[in-house]
Design a protein around this ligand. Structure first.
Ligand SMILES: [Zn+2]
Length: 600
């Protein structure tokens, strides 16, 4: 049974009543032709043809967001020159709201619509077109007929100049790479399309055809990449017991400085730096990104919170569970790379300690729970401001730490018999495969409890819906590890702010941490730090040289063009820098948990 929220059902019913949409609509035939006559100026020209219409009114809409990236991006802002015709004659197509065009089609069975999309934003979730290639992020390219998300469509690609290849997980029609078929709009919007002369290579893994499509060049070693990505793919499929795709595409955009990734059902888009493949750090970080986005093909694309599909493309889709959808994916990306032996155990533990340090150095850890962080992704995580560190945490970061806590708890309680893997596989089988729907908060909690062998009410109260500090040594202790703070003996003072130095050597405050000297004594973001006592500030990193915790100093600032002197009492830096180390004399149980956890 597919679960659709009551409000969606209601709005669909209203649409049916208002627009007299008939059942015959299911026979509508929809095709798009995408051409690039002005690729050099970042344009795609779209021609959409719909036939088999039997209604009086046709509303055409553009999604306001891309699933996986939780921000309303208003893709309709990039559309221009929208026109429609029927029977060879122009018909009116007025906009009725920010992302909907309405066409009166009474007595007409077919309509052709033309529009242009300006695509000049380089990111994994926005389209980008220039003379060298076209990257189509489908939810920002294709308008869809309201109430026809279930409809299939055909996409014809007319490449620009010498572009010779199309890379996408959409199926080709009759073996023609420039003619594609989408079985419905959820699949179309979940299938980015790369057109150009990308470097394509691949491998087969457990019966699935994998393609890696590299745009932009880079110092990657194809054979090494194929081998290592293959290992990651196999490790991840082993967790869930199956690889549900037939064909999977990695679209990789290499830039001078690139990063980020966006997951899709049968593909992913990754950003990378061209020279990243040449260093251990850069290469490991790329493999971590591969492991992350590929893991999503199960976690969030199939095993998903109940509101994340079927999607509402007009509005925010709220969930308190991004700490599982994203946080656990963050946890697994590193542990999977560890399992392939591409990370040593020490590499892995250093990376994990880095996650602890991010959370523990954020004042927002005392303000926002991980469930709240998930829910407010739309207005907070994706719209940070200068005060975000004081008020928010990342559901990626704390979610990864919670993944570690639950993994270790389950391994310890089951004496190495079970792990978080079993929860993921059980939830995937139970909800995606058997019940064919998303999960609720309570259902995932029951999944944890099934393998933890106990109720997790207190765990949820403390860590998911509460602000209880994480007891790292309790969880790491299960595996015979502990944290030590390398800065524990540090008594140096700190102002508790970050700065940027401008081209003309002005030191400007960019953030102020709650509870620090700067926060308490009133230094603000955008203040120019001009002097401390009688010494002019030329370098932020040395401005406290010679000062001690407890010193009272005068900070000369320029605020809104006016000079001001603020008396400041220097407090001790509160920063921590954890390192994970083995305990002395680990017990057999601790060694057993360690072995299972780190795949030793
Ligand atoms: Zn992710």
């Amino acid at each position: 049974m597919k679960s659709i929220r009551p409000i969606v059902i209601l709005s669909i019913m209203l649409l049916f009543m208002n627009l007299s949409v008939s059942e015959a609509q299911t026979t509508a035939n929809i095709s798009y032709t995408v051409s690039f006559p002005e690729a050099q100026a970042h344009y795609a020209d779209i021609e959409m043809h719909i036939s088999g219409l039997k209604q009086n009114v046709l509303d055409l809409k553009m999604p306001v967001w891309t699933p996986g990236s939780y921000l309303v991006r208003e893709y309709a802002k990039n559309i221009e020159s929208f026109s429609a015709e029927a029977g060879g004659k122009p018909v009116a197509a007025p906009k009725i709201n920010k992302n909907t065009w309405r066409i009166a089609v009474k007595g007409k069975t077919a309509v052709t619509v033309k529009y242009r999309v300006y695509a000049n934003e380089i990111s994994v979730r926005t389209s980008y077109i220039d003379a060298s290639h076209g990257f189509l992020s489908s939810s920002g390219i294709f308008i869809y007929p309201a109430n026809m998300l279930h409809q299939p469509s055909t996409i014809h690609i007319k490449p620009y100049q010498n572009w010779a290849k199309v890379s996408t997980s959409l199926e080709m029609v009759n073996g023609d790479p420039f003619t594609l078929r989408a079985p419905n709009y959820d699949i179309l919007f979940d299938s980015p399309i790369e057109v150009g002369n990308q470097d394509v290579f691949g491998f087969d893994a457990s019966g699935v055809k994998y393609e890696i499509c590299m745009y932009g060049g880079g110092n990657y070693d194809k054979e090494r990449l194929k081998k290592d990505v293959h290992k990651i793919v196999e490790q991840e499929a082993a967790i869930y017991g199956e690889n549900p795709n037939k064909h999977y595409v990695f679209i990789v955009h290499n830039h001078l400085r690139g990063g980020g990734g966006l997951e899709h059902l049968s593909s992913t888009v990754l950003g990378a730096s061209r020279d990243a493949y040449g260093t251990d750090k850069g290469y490991q970080s790329f493999l971590g990104l591969v492991a992350h986005e590929h893991f999503h093909l199960w976690n969030v694309k199939r095993l998903r919170p109940i509101v994340l599909g079927p999607f509402d493309y007009d509005n925010e889709n709220y969930t308190t569970n991004l700490w599982i959808a994203e946080g656990f994916t963050e946890y697994y990306q590193e542990i999977i790379v560890r399992r392939t032996n591409l990370y040593s155990p020490e590499n892995y533990l250093d990376q994990l300690a880095g996650e602890f340090n991010i959370l523990e150095n954020l004042p927002g850890k005392n303000v926002q729970t991980v469930a709240e962080s998930s829910f407010d992704a739309w207005i907070k995580a994706y719209r940070p401001n200068e005060n975000s560190n004081n008020t928010t945490i990342s559901y990626y970061n704390k979610g990864a730490i919670i993944g570690m806590m639950l993994d270790l708890e389950i391994i310890n309680d089951s004496k190495g018999l079970h792990s978080l893997d079993d929860v993921m596989k059980y939830m995937y089988t139970e909800y995606y495969k058997t019940k064919k729907r998303g999960y609720t908060d309570a259902e995932f909690k029951q999944g944890f409890e099934k393998f933890a062998g106990k109720k997790l009410d207190d765990f949820y109260k403390n860590y998911i819906n509460g602000l209880t500090p994480v007891d790292y040594n309790k969880y790491l202790g299960y595996a015979g590890y502990k944290i030590t703070d390398e800065l524990a003996d540090n008594n140096d003072p700190a102002l508790g702010l970050t700065t940027v130095t401008t081209a003309n050597k002005k030191v400007i405050v960019t953030s102020v941490s709650r509870g620090t000297s700067a926060y308490i004594d009133g230094i603000n973001v955008n203040d120019e730090l001009a002097a401390i006592d009688d010494n002019l500030i030329t370098d932020a990193s040395s401005m406290l040289n010679g000062k001690k915790t407890g010193d009272k100093i005068n900070v000369g600032i320029i605020r809104d063009g006016l000079p001001l002197t603020l008396p400041v009492t220097l407090l001790k830096s509160t920063r921590v820098k954890y390192k994970i180390e083995p305990v002395d004399n680990a017990t057999p149980q601790q060694l057993l948990v360690r072995k299972k956890w780190l795949s030793l």
